[in-house]
Design a protein around this ligand. Structure first.
Ligand SMILES: *Cc1c(COP(=O)(O)O)cnc(C)c1O
Length: 351
C-alpha cells in the first residue's frame, strides 16, 4: 500500500533552534527538548541535527527516551530526564549517563543512595502542580540536595503560551524565591518562556515545540510536509453519501478522491468534515468521516486529477490543522504515525 510521505526539514529545525537561541543573551545556553520521539519527528535524527548545530544538552520525558537519544548521539552531550529517577531506572541512568531531574525527596534519596556522585538536577513546582518539589519540600531538602552538587535547577511554566496570564509572573516570583543566591544553573523557560523575554531566561532555556515549527513561535519555519497519495477517484450523483455513518451527502455532481492516511496515522478523527487537504494551493474539504486508513476529499473544483494531496505544508501548518480539528499543534505533531515513508532533508541524512 502506498503510504503518505512525511518530509522533515532538519535545516528548518536547526534554523528555528538558532532563532530561539538568538532571543536570549549569549551567556544563556539553549538546550533542546526531544521527548516523545522528537515531537513525533524522530528523536535520533532531530538530536543529531541539533548536536551538529551546537546543542549540548537535551531533555526527554523518560529514561527509555534518553536511551534512544544517547544511542544516536554517543557520549558527550548531556541528556536530562524530566520524570527524574524512577524505581527501576537506576541501571539505565547509570549505563547511559542520563541526568535525572529529581522531583521529590523520595527520588532524591533513591538517587543519592543508588548512584552517589552521579549527576542530577532538581525540578521545582512553582505552581503548575504537575512535577517537582513544592516550596515546603524544597525547604526541607535543599541543603542535602545542594550539598550533592546539582547540575541545574528547573521549573516549568503552566501558561507561557499566554504572556499576559498573571500566573507567569507568580511562577517567576516563586522560582526566584526558591532559587535566588544558590549559585546553581537555573532553567525556567520552554518556547513560550523564551518569547516572554530575558526575565524568564535564567541560565538554560528548554525549547521544544518552537523548534518543530509550532505555536507560540510565530516566526518558526515549517519543518513538516505531509502529502497523502490518491488511491482512487470517483464521481457521485446528488444524494449519494460518503464514508462511515453516511455523514456527507453530495448536493450536486461531486468528485471525491480517496487518499491513503487516516486516524491510525495520526490524522485524528476530529478532522472529519472540518479539515482540508491542498492541491497546488487549492483547499479541498474533507468529506465525511476520517477512517482508520483513508480520508475522502472533495476535489470537484480541481481541473486535473491529483496524484497526491497535501495535508501539512506551506498551505496548512501544524497549527492550522490543529485549529481545524479543535486541538493544538503539539498533539498533531506527536500523533504523526509510524506508517509514513519518512524523508529527512537539510543535512543529507535519511531515515
Ligand atoms: C515539554 C516541555 C518543555 C518544552 O516545551 P515547549 O512548549 O514544547 O517548548 C520544556 N520543559 C518541560 C518540563 C516540558 O515538559
Amino acid at each position: 500500500m502506498a503510504t503518505g510521505k512525511l518530509h522533515i526539514d532538519l535545516g528548518a529545525l536547526v534554523r528555528n533552534w538558532q532563532a530561539l537561541d538568538a532571543q536570549s543573551a549569549d551567556s544563556v545556553e539553549t538546550a533542546a527538548v526531544v521527548k516523545a520521539d522528537g515531537y513525533g519527528l524522530g528523536a535520533p535524527q532531530v538530536a543529531r541535527a541539533l548536536a551538529r548545530a551546537g546543542a549540548r544538552r537535551f531533555f526527554v520525558a523518560a529514561a527509555e527516551e534518553g536511551a534512544a537519544v544517547r544511542q544516536a548521539l554517543g557520549p558527550g552531550p548531556q541528556i536530562c530526564v524530566f520524570s527524574g529517577h524512577m524505581a527501576g531506572d537506576t541501571d539505565m541512568i547509570h549505563d547511559l549517563d542520563l541526568v535525572p531531574m529529581l522531583n521529590s525527596l523520595e527520588q532524591l534519596t533513591r538517587h543519592l543512595e543508588a548512584l552517589p556522585g552521579r549527576p542530577f538536577g532538581i525540578q521545582l513546582d512553582t505552581g503548575m502542580n504537575r512535577l517537582g518539589m513544592e516550596p515546603a519540600e524544597w525547604g526541607a531538602v535543599a541543603e542535602i540536595a545542594l550539598g550533592a552538587g546539582p547540575e541545574l535547577i528547573m521549573s516549568h511554566l503552566a501558561c507561557a503560551d499566554e504572556p499576559d496570564h498573571p500566573q507567569n509572573q507568580q511562577q517567576l516570583d516563586t522560582f526566584r524565591a526558591m532559587t535566588d543566591g544558590l549559585n546553581v544553573p537555573r532553567s525556567l523557560a520552554a518556547t513560550g518562556g523564551i518569547l516572554m523575554g530575558p526575565d524568564y531566561h535564567f541560565d538554560i532555556t528548554r525549547p521544544g515545540v518552537g523548534m518543530y515549527g509550532g505555536a507560540p513561535f510565530e516566526d518558526a519555519s515549517p519543518v513538516v510536509n505531509l502529502s497523502l497519495p490518491v488511491i482512487q477517484i470517483r464521481e457521485l450523483e446528488p444524494g449519494e453519501t460518503v464514508g462511515y455513518s453516511a455523514t456527507y451527502t453530495a448536493q450536486e455532481p461531486t468528485v471525491i478522491a480517496t487518499v491513503s492516511g487516516g486516524y491510525a496515522d495520526g490524522l485524528i478523527r476530529a478532522m472529519s468534515g472540518r479539515g482540508h487537504l491542498f492541491f497546488e494551493g487549492a483547499p479541498c474539504p474533507i468529506a465525511g468521516r476520517v477512517s482508520m486508513d483513508l480520508i475522502s476529499v472533495d476535489i470537484t473544483h480541481l481541473s486535473s486529477a491529483p496524484k497526491a494531496l497535501e495535508i501539512l505544508g506551506p498551505d496548512q501548518t501544524v497549527d492550522d490543522l490543529a485549529n481545524a480539528a479543535g486541538t493544538i499543534g503539539y498533539e498533531i505533531l506527536t500523533s504523526l504515525g509510524a506508517r509514513y515513508a519518512r524523508q529527512y532533508n537539510g543535512t543529507g541524512q535519511h531515515a
